[in-house]
Design a protein. Sequence first.
Lengths: 424, 424
Amino acid sequence: MSLPEWLNGDDKDGDVPFSAAEILERCDILATHSSRVGAIERSYLTAEHARTNWTVGEWMAQAGLEPWQDAAGNQRGTLAGPRDDSPVLLLGSHLDTVPGAGRYDGILGTLMAIAVVGRLEAKGVRLPFGIEVLGFADEEGTRFGRTLLGSCAVAGAWQDSWWELRDAQGISLRTAFEAFGLDPARIEEAALPRERVLGYLEAHIEQGPLLEDADRALGVVTGIMGARRFDLTMVGEAGHAGGMPYGRRRDALLGASEVVTVIETLARDHGAIGTVGRMQAYPGAANVIPGRAEFSLDLRAETDELRDRVWDLIQEQAAKVAAARNLDFQAVERHDAEATVVGERLAEAIRAGIAATGDTAPLELLSKAGHDAMAIASLTDYAMLFIRCGGGISHHKDESVIEADVALALDAFEAAVLDLARTF
Amino acid sequence: MSLPEWLNGDDKDGDVPFSAAEILERCDILATHSSRVGAIERSYLTAEHARTNWTVGEWMAQAGLEPWQDAAGNQRGTLAGPRDDSPVLLLGSHLDTVPGAGRYDGILGTLMAIAVVGRLEAKGVRLPFGIEVLGFADEEGTRFGRTLLGSCAVAGAWQDSWWELRDAQGISLRTAFEAFGLDPARIEEAALPRERVLGYLEAHIEQGPLLEDADRALGVVTGIMGARRFDLTMVGEAGHAGGMPYGRRRDALLGASEVVTVIETLARDHGAIGTVGRMQAYPGAANVIPGRAEFSLDLRAETDELRDRVWDLIQEQAAKVAAARNLDFQAVERHDAEATVVGERLAEAIRAGIAATGDTAPLELLSKAGHDAMAIASLTDYAMLFIRCGGGISHHKDESVIEADVALALDAFEAAVLDLARTF
């Protein structure tokens, strides 16, 4: 089928197919697939998700991949190997976003994976394995509060309890699946058979400032921090903002506010990272003492042990804050991802790829951000290539990359695939 | 017209017309006029507001008042005086609620005013002045963030700038007026001519614990604390909850949380009352550092001078918190009500009324809560009767009163009106 002009790499701007310039142009195009005007938000099983899959599927086809949408809504593209039972190398990242997102987190890695296949196909390279490009449908967990849904489906790690997860409108994941045209009963068809998979490579912006600080374009990931996420609640009692004396108040927001600062202090003191991203006071009127405050905690550390120790300390302190103010403190765990380390052979291929671009001793980085690779780690080995981003800014509209860095990253990612092919 | 059975005071429960029992039953009925199931929320210019006006209008008619809805949506009832130009005594309170409200705040005072007229009419008392009962349509400011809209219209203090106030859905006050069937161009018709008004008496639950602590049913108000309300904002920068190191974060929620505790400390230290009732972090995802936090401040004190001094200190401290975290702190004033004192002759009538129930030295109370009387104070003198409420709880579903207290309050309120009549 012929592509519309704006979707075609060989467009009026004269971008070279599968080039960094083309990829950045496509990041701009996907940025328009948003539920909001003037901001990027693309969450799981929405109209924007469907539109994105369609667009990315066209680009996959253009690169020589057979595009298809799997039973979890992931957009996938298959390049057959030399034999029907050839092992498959997985390349990819995610296509969903946080609210108010930038245009490169996840998207850049997915489009790079497609471009690398396009470049190899254009050169007539015959690989000894098949390739599957994965555009994961839900890494951020924006809609249902549970991250990595797309990659968990591919890893065969889907859990039945997730069907009853609900979004902010009260729509269950099951209902959203059906409304999107997916059959929950077929979710297992998204899973890859372990024995056919060679490994997983993912390119991603760093989402931190270390590459920029070190004046490097690319880095090799050594592992991914484990993260736990909690829904926290302080329960007090609503009351009149004027009439109720301080001594009798049970102000839930005051307790929650103290816990927010306690989290920062404990996490910093112990070298962990704690973030409260959500906070809302109820009933939420200017003249009513909050009877309830709901907030989130995202907690990460280099080791799961450290992270869990800090969580224990946070709970202890929060309980003290609550007791002092006659409040109830409640915590419900929403997400728990173990720390993972990369597969050595795959990381070696990433290093070889970066070396091919001239940096023979690339910066080694522990990812503090979570990635689909964490979920895929339960299926197969993984490795990751990090790309410098401006000011370390991510999960923000000002996310940025340099075209020259993306060009280097494309060369390195292609060289990494070829390095694996050479020793296969 | 004949009333439906459930609206009729002479109902199957055998309540005496204009009795405390009937009033409490009517508070229960109005509690069902809510936009929420299982909670009371009745805000300005909604279907619930219209339904409440209709119901209360029926009760007004039953008490001998001529019911009408004014140009601001207030439900009013007129009892003519002996002459066409007789001065008018105003009695009333408000019919709207906060979100998750109790059933007595405002409602009880409005229904008591109606019942007092009903009792005087039933006894054939000929007053030397007319009476107007006012059921104010918006005291709480729940929908448009600006309190006392109903009573400001009656006081002739409506401001043109309010037409562009917007609710959470972005609907302007002007549009809401029109949708409710009101004509914004006629707002001035709600105002009372100053020269015809004798004064304003309001009965209200205390919304604090002082009467209960003193084992008194009723109290006389000496004045109402001035209140100022602000929309506060901390602006930082959103970022990835994992990738962005602490040293580079500009976490708006951390700044806002510190300010919440600063407000409590400064207000308590200086004997003022500061309440943060609203708080929300944006973009509001568990894995995104908040780039913006929006919260409210309601600040009250015995004198306007003290209140303003505490606000200066809060601003100073908040600016320091913001500077230390590289955030911007912004404050927009939404509401400013001056402290007011009661009219001595009217307060004397309230004291005489309470004395008639047996308490000859009633507790004198400064109201920390705002009331319609604050707005009416710009039109005429006012006085208030406070009624004990359970545990000082208000703005909460557990708001409660004792029937015996309401019976005493009815006697006192009626006696206060008669005291004014005697010396007219």
